[in-house]
Design a protein around this ligand. Sequence first.
Ligand code: PXG
Length: 464
Amino acid sequence: MVLTNTPPTAELQALDAAHHMHPFTANTALGKKGARIITRADGVRLTDSEGEELIDGMAGLWCVNIGYGRAELAEAAARQMRELPYYNTFFQTSHVPALQLAAKLAELAPGDLNHVFFAGSGSEANDTNIRMIRQYWALKGQPERRVIIARRNGYHGSSMGSASLGGMAAMHAQGGLPIPDIVHIDQPYWWGEGGDTTPEEFGRARARQLEEMILAIGPERVAGFIGEPVQGAGGVIIPPESYWPEIQRIVAQYGILLIADEVITGFGRLGEWFGSQSYGIRPHIMTIAKGLSSGYQPIGGSIVCDEVAQTIGQDEFNHGYTYSGHPVAAAVALENLRILQEEHVIERVRSDTAPCLAQAWGALADHPLVGEAVSRGMMASLALTPDKAVRAKFDAAPGTVGQICREFSFGNNLVMRHVGDRMVIAPPLVITAGDIDELVARARRTLDQTHAYLQAEGMLKAAA
Ligand code: PXG
């Protein structure tokens, strides 16, 4: 079906190419090819301007947890826009959606994470965290505690501060990053970097890099550590079970602050409200965004423990955003949380759809191109390899094969992302067992096509 109320695709693509600068894109090349124009969505399916229907294996950008097309969220936004479309919370005022959302998040978050500082996105929230934990130590009389330890191939956002926390080499290569006093340790990526060790040994060794870094810098200079419970944009890297308990021990021993970046893992993605609960992590601060509103409105924030919030509260914290706690975004987030809770979406992930995905996705491990097929909750990934016996990398430049695979996937009307030569999915949490089967069938067809193509092109070669 061609949508009659939309201009022809070519016309839209030409306008897009002429004026719209896409994030993380070589825009000249995209302009020549033409972007795929998404016009509508419902449930787990997108429709493009040609009337083609795609399964959205990425929940937008890891965010549309309740799926598309929930009219209740549109109504919550419209109601709030009529009543109070905007007000700030800077100068001794508050408003109902922000205070209600903060209270709701305090109720849902584990332990004494009882206080919320709002932002417009995950990047902004992590910038808040940098300033907040440095200010915390200053107020504690230890202003020299400024260094934040993060991980290579972690992702924490795209602003100057948050991209500095992130360990993405390609991002640090542009624009003068990282900012001072942010350092990185290695990621717990056993399949790619574990060599001859067992996953458990490797997880402990990678966690101990935190201790080594603290000692190298001097514990009296370290403010905190930040990590994603499961790395998302880094390729859905699921850490060995030994990793987080060892991190937790080190954080406690040296008395540094722990920030869990829950932007992807929050709001049900791992079958619990927060990924920290899934791994027994006890953070002082959690970064949230994405699934907080299921992406229907831009909103993020930091959920902060009693001790840090009370200390920060002793003085004016010179920080905030025009849209911190935006009433429309907060009202939509509240409605999203109501749906997640009342419809038992997260319980169903845990007991039903995550096991179903684990089984169907895990079966892809028998494919000749697949080195590992792993999932946790509703996040899953594949390592593509020319030789799974030795966990080999391809001879072609990293990401070349992943990109080819992604193109076939798009052609099969499945949105599956590539990160280097890993393929990743994170579908809406409301995906059904039937749609999981359809998604995995399309992924298998994609792998078959990729394998045949690589064979024909002589590209099934391992790197020396
Ligand atoms: N933390 C984590 C763990 C994220 O995944 C952010 C912070 C930043 O959030 P904002 O709202 O500022 O984008 C993210 C965002 C990708 C991709 O290609 C992932 C993200 C953003 C854009 C692209 O997988 N994650």
